[in-house]
Structures are given as structure tokens and as C-alpha cells.
Design a binder for this molecule. Structure first.
Ligand code: GLC
Length: 487
């Protein structure tokens, strides 16, 4: 370790608790905190979305500085706000780009995040903090790695800064038209396959992959999978042939201060692995509150972004002409679903809620507190993802004694171990093939344990609850990685 603490600046478009649509926010909300505890001077920079304003700190009192950012011929002002309640965090404010109802999905996203990347690099001139490492996350921050290397590193202030680029999801790559080159002030030379061209367009993800000093992804298995045609989303050859030397898979953790059934204020009744019977009280109270049949049957929980990634197509399949979901509901089970996303899957759940009124709770919204209740209430947690870079749901589920049923891919494969009745080891149920049939079979297996071998079911719950997926270990691995590139 250096005498002066290593300085690391996290750059992310989402950070919990401020702005969150998915797991990325949880990671950037948790990892810097842990790094700080382990002696790293970790800070965060994120957009100051209008939805944050006034919610977490007194806006006016936290103003730090302002400056201009050049995007080709455009000049845009930026205001910097600073808060250090959790981790020192810089919020970059621009009414033009970040005062909108959503974080993404706009025609000028290429410009909004080019602005963000440049804004972060310019920020370093205005604060008393020159990072050793800039840790970028997902496509929104890819161009920063390129700009630093090709435009800023000639300035001594930036010359020693290294970058780490973390892929949370290969599927979202930030692909834009050539107008992205203008705002990034890049010549057309960059439109070549060994730079940031991708099928005639500009790829922000490629800018991060190619120009960073180190690439990480959020589980060891996913780090291997992305080098294959099946999972590489068109970048597999680049990753396996050119960039393999700098890729590393580091498993995410979960924040044990937040996800702890012993202290979680969202639960009806708190419990630990020693008082697992109290988990049932949560179930009973939940059923009462939401008008479900009050019965101690196996509750299947789903807390997820409702997108195709998460394997909802498997639920639409049939087995011998019977719809998979009907087959599942023929068992003595209840289903509780929470999340928002694509309409076709939301409609599927609406239909189920109608058809099995007394046995399904469907909440098509995003509600953190309800989510934590569902982890506590459910006996099994279903996550049949087609691909899963890491996945946080299964980790939280295990912590709350809800047994994960997962497809064996990415981080799910790295964190869930199939139960073995002989050795009494394992934390859940896994299936490999992407099929509704196999998903159903595993639910059936869990159901059998739940009803016929309850002592084994409890063993699986305990095995999961005792597993440690805290951020402490992951933080140590990141520190090593940072030290490896700065020295
Ligand atoms: C993305 C991935 C998820 C991962 C999370 C945090 O949301 O889909 O698997 O856990 O990022 O890294």
C-alpha cells in the first residue's frame, strides 16, 4: 500500500440510494463505501438528475463550483454539487441534459453521456483531487477512457491516471450514429474496427473496452462467457482475441448493512438463521395484508426487472400443451412478483393475478421496501435468467432464507450450488438448459423438498443464509487490481 491512500474516482450513471434502475446502482452504492473502510480514498461522480434535487441534501448549501464543457461547437455549463454523507460524491448538474423524467432513452443520449464523460475529466481541474484510478461503469462512461488516453493524458495533471472499465451488462452497449464523433471531438479515423466503430456506428462500450487499462466484469463465469458467440453480443472476438489479457471477473457482493433479516426495518418480524421459524410469520402477515389465501404453502418469489434477459420467455412455454405457469400453479403454491419492465411479460403476470387471484400477488412497480419483504416472505426465489452478469437477487434471497431456483449462467452459476441430499451441501436448485420444462422440473424438485423433506429444505435455507457474499472480499480484490495498474 502506498503511503498516501490510493485515490479512486467512481464514475457511474446510477448510484444507490440516489438514482437506481438496476444492479449497477447497488454496486456503485456499496463498493466505494467498502474501499473507503479499507483505506482507499474513494469518491463518486454521477449526474445530478432533477429527481435527486432536494431529496438527499440541501441543494444550495452543497454547491461547489461551475465551469464550461465543450462538445464540438457546443458549450454547455456544468454545476458541481458535493455531498459526503456516505461517500464523497460529486453531482454534475446540467438542466439541458439531466432535468428529464428518465435517466436514459433519449435521442441525444450520446450527447448527454459525452457531456458527462467530459464533465468528469474537466472536474479534476476544479477540485483538489487527482485520482490514481478512474473506475468507469457500463457504456455511459466508455468514452471517458478514450478521451483520457487520447486527449487529456498529454496534460501532466492527467498523465498518471489509469482507468478500470467494468461491464455490468454486455447487452447495453451505447450504439450511436456518427454524430457522436462530433460531440466527442474525434476525427473520422476513430471509425475503424480496432477503435470505436461497430457495424458502421459508434460504440461507447468499445471506447471503454479498448482504451481502459483493465476491464472487469461482475463474475468470473461471465468474464468467460462474454468471450463466446452466445454471450458476447457481437464483441466476443474482440474480447477473446485482443483484450483477453486485461479482463478479470470479480464477483459482486451485497450490502450486509442493508440486507440483513435481523435488522431490516421493512420486515414484519425480524429473524436470523437461529430463529428461522419466524420467517413464516412474515409469510402469514403478508398474506393477510395482501388478501392472499392464509396458508403455509410454498411461496415463489420474483423480484426483477421484467425484461427478456431475466428468462420470462421460459414461463410462456408449454409442456405437453399445458402452459408452464398453469402447471406451476397446479401445485399448492403461491406466487409473488415485483418489478417493472416489458409489457408482454407484465401482461402475463396481470393475467396470472386475475386467474389465480387468491394465490398470486403481482406488483408491477419498483418498491425497495416491498422487495425486501418478498425476500423474507418467499420460500423459493425464481431467477431463470438467459444470461446474468452477476445477479443480486439470488444473493439477497439466500441471505433471507429464500432458496434460489436459477439457470446455471454467469453469476448465478458462481453463487448458487445445487443441493446434494447425501452431503447436505448446496444452497439452491439449478438448471442448465434454457427451457420452461427444466425450470418447471426444478420448481417441482424444490416443492418436493419443501413438502416431503422439510428438514432438508431447512438445511438448504441455512446453507444459503450462512454463505458470505459481503463486499469486504471483493473490495480486497479490487484494491489489488488498482495497485497492479498504478505501480
Ligand atoms: C446488471 C446485471 C446484473 C448485475 C448488475 C450489477 O444489472 O444485469 O447481473 O448483478 O448489473 O453488476
Amino acid at each position: 500500500m502506498k503511503d498516501i491512500p490510493l485515490k479512486c474516482l467512481f464514475v457511474s450513471s446510477e448510484v444507490a440510494p440516489y438514482a437506481k434502475t438496476g444492479g449497477l446502482a447497488d454496486v456503485v452504492g456499496a463498493l466505494p463505501k467498502k474501499l473507503k473502510e479499507q483505506g482507499i480514498d474513494a469518491r463518486i461522480v454521477m449526474p445530478y438528475y432533477s429527481s435527486i434535487e432536494g431529496k438527499f441534501f440541501e441543494h444550495d448549501e452543497h454547491f461547489l463550483t461551475s465551469y464550461d464543457v465543450h462538445l464540438g461547437w457546443r458549450i454547455q455549463g456544468i454545476g458541481v454539487y458535493f455531498d459526503e454523507q456516505i461517500v464523497p460524491t460529486y453531482f454534475l448538474k446540467s438542466d439541458t441534459y439531466f432535468s428529464r423524467p428518465e435517466f436514459y432513452g433519449y435521442e441525444d443520449d450520446y450527447e448527454r453521456f459525452a457531456f458527462f464523460c467530459k464533465g468528469v475529466l474537466e472536474l479534476i481541474k476544479h477540485i483538489d483531487f487527482v485520482p490514481d484510478v478512474i473506475h468507469c461503469n457500463d457504456w455511459q462512461t466508455g468514452p471517458l477512457c478514450l478521451l483520457l488516453k487520447d486527449q487529456y493524458s498529454y496534460d501532466p495533471l492527467y498523465a498518471d491516471i489509469k482507468t478500470v472499465y467494468t461491464i455490468h451488462n454486455m447487452k447495453y452497449q451505447g450504439i450511436f450514429g456518427k454524430e457522436a464523433l462530433d460531440v466527442l471531438e474525434l476525427s473520422s479515423d476513430y471509425m475503424s474496427p480496432d477503435k470505436i466503430e461497430y457495424h458502421g456506428a459508434v460504440s461507447y462500450m468499445k471506447a471503454g473496452l479498448i482504451y481502459s487499462d483493465k476491464i472487469t466484469t461482475v463474475s468470473p463465469t461471465y468474464a468467460e462467457e462474454i468471450k463466446t458467440f452466445e454471450y458476447g453480443c457481437g464483441l466476443d472476438r474482440l474480447l477473446s482475441e485482443k483484450l483477453e489479457y486485461k479482463i478479470e471477473g470479480i464477483l459482486n457482493g451485497i450490502d450486509y448493512d442493508i440486507y440483513n433479516p435481523k435488522t431490516d426495518p421493512n420486515l414484519y418480524v425480524n429473524y436470523t438463521y437461529r430463529s428461522l421459524h419466524k420467517k413464516k410469520q412474515n409469510k402469514a402477515l403478508f398474506q393477510k395484508e395482501h388478501g392472499l389465501l392464509e396458508k403455509d404453502c410454498m411461496v415463489i418469489g420474483i423480484v426483477s426487472r421484467i425484461t427478456d434477459q431475466k428468462g420470462f420467455d421460459l414461463m410462456k412455454e408449454t409442456i405437453e400443451h399445458v402452459w408452464v405457469m398453469d402447471k406451476i400453479m397446479q401445485m399448492d403454491v403461491q406466487l409473488v412478483v415485483l418489478g417493472t419492465g416489458e409489457k408482454e411479460y407484465e401482461d402475463m403476470f396481470r393475467h396470472l393475478a386475475y386467474k389465480y387471484r387468491e394465490r398470486t400477488g403481482v406488483f408491477l412497480t419498483f418498491n425497495e421496501s416491498l422487495a425486501q419483504k418478498i425476500y423474507a416472505v418467499s420460500d423459493v426465489f425464481l431467477m431463470p435468467s438467459l444470461f446474468e452478469p452477476c445477479g443480486l437477487g439470488q444473493l439477497i434471497a439466500m441471505r433471507y432464507g429464500s432458496v434460489p431456483i436459477v439457470r446455471k449462467t454467469g453469476g448465478l452459476k458462481d453463487t448458487v450450488i445445487h443441493y446434494n441430499m447425501q452431503t447436505k451441501t448446496g444452497t439452491g436448485f439449478e438448471f442448465e438448459e434454457c427451457s420452461g420444462y427444466w425450470m418447471y422440473r426444478k420448481i417441482e424438485e424444490a416443492y418436493w423438498y419443501y413438502n416431503e423433506r422439510p428438514e432438508h429444505f431447512k438445511q438448504i435455507q441455512l446453507n444459503g443464509m450462512k454463505k458470505g457474499f459481503s463486499w469486504n472480499d471483493a473490495a480486497k480484490v479490487y484494491i489489488n487490481l488498482y495497485q497492479g495498474i498504478v505501480e
